[in-house]
Design a protein around this ligand. Structure first.
Ligand SMILES: [Zn+2]
Length: 439
């Protein structure tokens, strides 16, 4: 096989006619490696295609070290045309910087020459560039999607993270839930197999899967409940008037989130603490201004608190580093990262628990680890002794509490509805998908 891996080939000789009879142009349907593939290339393009007796769509993933020019030249696109394509698509996506494994779709005529190029630019959004008389016509289309409520309840088992992942909980949801719960639960020590984790969240899901877009995107986590040794911790998402962020509260209006997380990642081991020590690479003794957490390369790193990104770039011995400014004169720093999460750049707002980057070993670093610092008014402080309860949001009262109680009642009713719909004998494990009716 050539360098690119073909993951799906579908023949469209007859199907294109079906596509023209569809009233809406924005519909895209395809099955990977299957028989059916309706392509949305618009009525005009579809009419053109009808004249071609046989065309096919292939889905490729870029192999390591491979670039778009190399791939497209195999389908009779010359270098000049590829350069033009890159320029035309630039407002959406930099085709020079496609990552290994990124899926693209090529529509070929019966001679095997390229007539259209498609790529996913974000969730449920596909860009298609069609070659017409040597020029590219670029068009954005949206895949059909729907809002879906997910209600999942599982036993913690050996690892909450892995059990939730096995049950099909979106990674984003698990990470967000753990970030919230970590204010109240010590995940390294206090959990037992029989403890129960429950989560209720809303996501946008594609009606039909498509190889160029992920299947779903999480919108919001509305409810998290962890029952530890029989003691339930039910938490409700709510945004009080005057607050810029949603927070999680107990049903009586007590907030759960503290100002800054002390551990901005999961499953890590504290490998070096704050204080004076001999530097492993430089060899002389100096103040270690932060905490080191050892974990696997690629482990997601969370923002310790709500704030604004000041830096997300190369920082010399820090390697790839992020600096975030929080309220009350606090800043946090995350060093030696492998890379930055999408959308993390200077000036952007981040929420507590949001994934900002991935653990690495860049800069002056001996082994994969996160170097984490917290500064107060420009001076490094020990994150472990951080007393931030003064800055924790206050308990809801008065009109805010009354309004919050309505949110609690609404979420409780949705949960009741979900429990009632479930007919499985086991009360402990279920995975219920509910279509949401009230909007
Ligand atoms: Zn360090």
């Amino acid at each position: 096989m050539a360098a690119a891996l073909v993951v799906g080939v579908a023949c469209t000789c007859e199907k294109v006619v079906t596509a023209t009879s569809e009233p809406e142009e924005s519909k895209l349907r395809s099955t990977v490696g299957g028989a059916l593939a309706d392509v949305n290339i618009g009525t005009n393009e579809a009419k053109k295609l009808k004249n071609i007796t046989k065309s096919s769509i292939i889905t490729l993933r870029l192999a390591a070290g491979e670039n778009l020019i190399g791939v497209l030249r195999r389908y009779d696109v010359n270098t000049q045309q590829v350069m033009t394509l890159i320029r035309e698509v630039q407002p959406w996506l930099d085709l020079n910087k496609l990552t290994t494994g990124k899926a693209i779709q090529l529509t070929l005529n019966q001679r095997g020459s390229l007539i259209a190029f498609s790529i996913g630019v974000r969730f449920a959004t596909i860009l298609t560039a069609t070659l017409e008389d040597g020029d590219w016509q670029v068009r954005e289309s949206t895949l059909e999607s729907e809002l879906v409520d997910e209600h999942i309840r599982i036993n913690v088992g050996r690892s909450l993270y892995n059990s939730a992942l096995d049950t099909g909980v979106a990674v984003d949801v698990i990470q967000r839930a753990i970030a919230v719960l970590s204010h109240r639960v010590d995940f390294q020590r206090s959990l037992q197999d029989t403890d129960v984790f429950e989560v209720f969240y809303q996501s946008t899901q594609l009606i039909d899967t498509h190889p160029l877009s992920k299947k779903s995107e999480v919108d919001k986590v509305n409810f998290i409940k962890l029952t530890v040794s029989g003691v339930p911790h039910p938490l409700y998402r709510y945004r009080a008037t005057g607050e810029s962020q949603h927070r999680f509260y107990y049903a009586d209006g007590r907030p759960v989130q503290s100002f800054l997380l002390k551990t901005p990642l999961n499953g890590a081991r504290l490998s070096s603490t704050f204080g004076r020590r001999k530097h492993p690479i430089l060899g002389y003794s100096r103040l270690h201004k932060g905490l080191d957490f050892g974990a696997a390369i690629g482990t997601p790193i969370f923002s310790a608190g709500d704030g604004k990104v000041l830096k997300a770039n190369w920082g010399g011995s820090f390697g790839n580093r992020i600096v975030i400014r929080h309220a009350n004169g606090y800043q946090s720093l995350y060093a030696h990262l492998q890379g930055f999460a999408t959308g993390i750049k200077a000036g952007n707002e981040v929420r507590q628990g949001e994934v900002i980057g991935y653990l690495g070993s860049t800069g002056l670093s001996q082994a994969p680890h996160l170097h984490f610092e917290v500064h107060k008014d420009g001076r490094a402080i020990n994150p472990l002794t951080l007393k931030t309860h003064r800055y924790t949001a206050r308990k809801l009262a008065g009109a805010k509490l009354e309004d919050f109680s309505k949110t609690v009642a609404r979420i409780d009713a949705q949960l009741e509805h979900s429990y009632a719909k479930r007919n499985e004998p086991s009360q402990l494990v279920f995975n219920q998908t509910l279509k949401e009716h009230q909007h």
